[in-house]
Design a protein around this ligand. Structure first.
Ligand code: B1M
Length: 212
């Protein structure tokens, strides 16, 4: 019988091939992808974070775990992004300047695609100007910004300020999220919405598009 705790352990151990193998087998056995993500994969990353804080893990272990998580997410991505509906809206998505974390951002992107949004992902370590240019280029309805570090959170305010200075703030709704972000922080910087996780980012984006 397939032991799904092996997926969590493989990610923690940075064993990308095993993590992928278990995920593929689980999907063949029709295990719900949401269960794989929420019950085994995210808790694995939380445990990696805990070990990093406790100095049981260092940067290389954290990187290997992230690689295993990303590989294991690959066969899940098309399931999250599967959608045949008309575009719900255009989204520009990215991680703020100075921040290299992208696993959560990618999940937000897949789920937005799954909900029918056209997503333009500008990647990690994105300066404010890159967000602004992408919003302009794609005529985005929503700008979605991710940050995983307390030190990079203020970069979100910079993006909002630049949008304002460019006279574009009125034309785009801004949603923010990532582990250190809270509703209070989102309110403080004047964002239009906050998503605690990928699912709630989709609900907020839908509601900002008047699709509730
Ligand atoms: Co880093 N890291 N990391 N890291 N890392 C954290 C975030 C940390 C909490 C670990 C810890 O100490 N416990 C800590 C931050 C502490 C703080 O700021 N207070 C930390 C640190 C310190 C660092 C470095 C500074 C370490 C160092 O160099 N000394 C360094 C910084 C590098 C940089 O960015 N400049 C660093 C580096 C890295 C790696 C590169 C090795 C790797 C990232 C690889 C990658 O992403 N490609 C990494 C990892 C893997 C982690 C942990 C272990 C896992 C992150 C993750 O992928 N989680 C993390 C600890 C943790 O989170 N438990 C940690 C799984 C993912 C699905 O969740 O990203 O939270 P998350 O996304 C969620 C929600 O937050 C939300 O939805 C997602 C799905 O539910 N969400 C949004 C995210 N974006 C959203 C946007 C939205 C809405 C919702 O709307 C727009």
């Amino acid at each position: 019988m397939l032991e799904l705790s092996g997926l969590r352990d493989a990610i923690i151990d940075g064993n990308d091939k095993l993590a992928l193998q278990i995920t593929e087998e689980a999907l063949r056995q029709e295990v719900n992808p949401a269960e794989l993500i929420n019950k085994w994969m995210i808790p694995a990353m939380d445990e990696v974070g805990r070990r990093f804080e406790a100095q049981e893990f260092f940067f290389p272990e954290m990187l290997l775990a992230a690689r295993a998580m990303k590989l294991a997410l690959e066969p899940i991505q098309p399931l999250l992004a599967a959608s045949g509906v008309e575009p719900t809206g255009r989204v520009v998505l990215g991680t703020v300047k100075g921040d290299l974390h992208d696993i959560g951002k990618n999940m937000v992107g897949y789920m937005l695609e799954g909900a029918g949004f056209e997503v333009h992902d500008i990647g990690i370590d994105a300066p404010a100007e890159k967000f602004i240019e992408a919003v302009r280029e794609h005529n985005a309805d929503i700008l979605a910004i991710s940050a995983l570090l307390t030190t990079t959170m203020p970069g979100m305010q910079v993006v909002l300020d630049r949008l304002d200075q460019a006279g574009m703030r009125g034309g785009v709704r801004v949603i923010v999220g990532g582990a250190p972000i809270t509703q209070a922080f989102a309110d403080e910087i004047g964002a239009d919405g906050y998503g605690e996780n990928a699912g709630s980012a989709v609900s907020v984006a839908r509601s900002l598009m008047g699709k509730d």
